[in-house]
Ligand binder design. Structure first.
Ligand code: FAD
Ligand code: DHB
Length: 393
């Protein structure tokens, strides 16, 4: 058995854990990241793609904005379709924009930045267990290559995603969980075909929801709503492209080019918030604390904002010996998180086919979209939430 010490022990080497590690290190706060998976596995995961401008600023300040600024695609609007109807929503009136840049690329930038600064990232750290967060000296136990390790720390940052150990270490009488599980999933395909349109298009259709996003001028990321018990293997490439075309307005469907899937996976949809985000010396951030359905493209953005706030609080603890920000972390973050939950749940409810829905339910969805099309105030509210413009300052 080996024993070592750090100031902040970070569980999880996804975007939240890596960014927290980078921000703390830049401020001289010592930290260690324990990641269950291998480096290759973490770098290959395909997930989100839309980054808010406020989040781009945070990433630049963390020293990981250079490739994002070079290769990210700046978007000034988005399209929403319902059957053959198409609505364009312009962000420019509010001076807002979004950057389309894959989470896979961001993770690569973060890993490279950590390695360049000599950060301690422990991959394939098994059986991570948290001890003593109620006291001042918590300890993290883990196994690596058959050897047991103990890492003593001042704080534990739970950045280990929805299925991690951190949230589960908080006693049941302390933790409140709020959840909505949706009766469908998203099948996502990554393929080397040009984007169907210059902007993203979200489609609400009788056959189910569809989304065409992109990673570059030659690479698309597209999704279709699917059954929860579908297996990605049941979806041949041909079936996927046919289904995507069937859900898009005809003139857009004609633009769809097909190619073999580079990656194909199914994600369940869930809304989830755990409260509070702090228990003693344990602090939760990102998917460990909350999940949004992907419709609003908020998951990664929320995670980065949590971490920015948490890093500032931990840095203030060490530099200014002030715990005011740490004490406020949970309440302040939760206000922001609940607003993103609201938007993500609303957009999900407007765009998807729910089992057993009535003709009244469908008319409500279409009226919501008509409201967006016809009311500048409704569009402004949408843009504020979708782009995170209200959080820019
Ligand atoms: P994660 O990325 O989940 O990282 C957590 C890390 O902790 C992982 O590397 C994991 O291996 C590690 N870990 C877990 N348990 C342990 C343990 N016990 N010990 C040590 N390490 C552990 N968002 C969007 O906006 N759009 C999308 O299209 C979209 N698609 C998604 C598809 C899927 C399948 C999933 C799961 C999420 C998707 N998201 C999407 C959400 C977005 O990707 C997440 O919000 C984002 O990854 C959150 O980052 P995180 O670092 O908090 O969590
Ligand atoms: C992407 C994912 C989303 O969930 C979304 O709302 C928009 C884009 C993407 O993977 O590009």
């Amino acid at each position: 058995m080996t024993a070592s010490r750090t100031q902040v022990g970070i569980i999880g080497g996804g975007p939240s854990g890596l960014l927290l590690s980078q921000l703390l290190d830049l401020a001289g706060v010592d930290n260690v990241v324990l990641e269950r998976r291998s480096r290759d596995y973490v770098l290959a995961r395909v997930r989100a793609g839309v980054i808010e401008q406020g989040v781009v600023k945070i990433l630049r300040a963390a020293g990981v904005g250079a490739r994002l600024d070079r290769e990210g695609l700046l978007h000034h609007g988005v399209e929403i379709a319902a059957g053959e109807a198409r609505y364009h929503i312009d962000f420019a009136a509010q001076g807002a924009s979004l950057t389309v840049y894959g989470q896979t690329e961001l993770t690569k930038d973060l890993v490279e930045a950590r390695e360049a600064r000599g950060g301690t990232l422990v991959y394939e750290a098994g059986d991570v267990a948290i001890e003593g967060v109620d006291g001042k000296q918590p300890r993290l136990h883990y196994r690596k290559d058959g050897v047991s390790h103990v890492l003593g720390c001042d704080f534990v940052a739970g950045c280990d995603g929805f299925h991690g150990v951190s949230r589960k270490s908080i006693p049941a009488n302390v933790l409140k969980m709020h959840e909505r599980v949706y009766p469908f999933g998203w099948l996502g395909v990554l393929a080397d075909v040009p984007p169907v349109l210059p902007e993203l298009i979200y489609a609400s259709h009788e056959r189910g929801f569809a989304l065409c996003s992109m990673r570059s001028a030659t690479r698309s990321r597209c999704y279709v709503q699917c059954a929860l018990d579908d297996d990605a293997e049941q979806w041949s490439d041909a079936r996927f492209w046919d289904e995507l075309r069937a859900r898009l307005p005809a003139e857009v469907a004609r633009q769809v080019r097909t190619a073999p899937a580079i990656e194909k996976s199914i994600a369940p949809l869930r809304s989830f918030v755990a409260e509070p985000l702090r228990h003693g010396q344990l602090l939760l951030a990102g998917d460990a604390a909350h999940i949004v359905p992907p419709t609003g493209a908020k998951g990664l953005n929320l995670a980065v904002r949590d971490v920015d706030q948490l890093a500032a609080a931990l840095i203030a603890h060490y530099r200014e010996t002030s715990d005011a920000l740490l004490d406020e972390y949970s309440a302040t973050a939760l206000r922001r998180i609940w607003k993103a939950e609201r938007f993500s749940a609303w957009l999900t409810s407007v765009l998807h086919v729910f089992p057993g829905r009535s003709s009244f339910d469908r008319r409500m969805q279409l009226a919501e979209l008509d409201q967006l099309a016809s009311s500048a105030a409704a569009r402004a509210a949408f843009v504020e939430s979708y782009t995170g413009a209200a959080l820019l300052s």
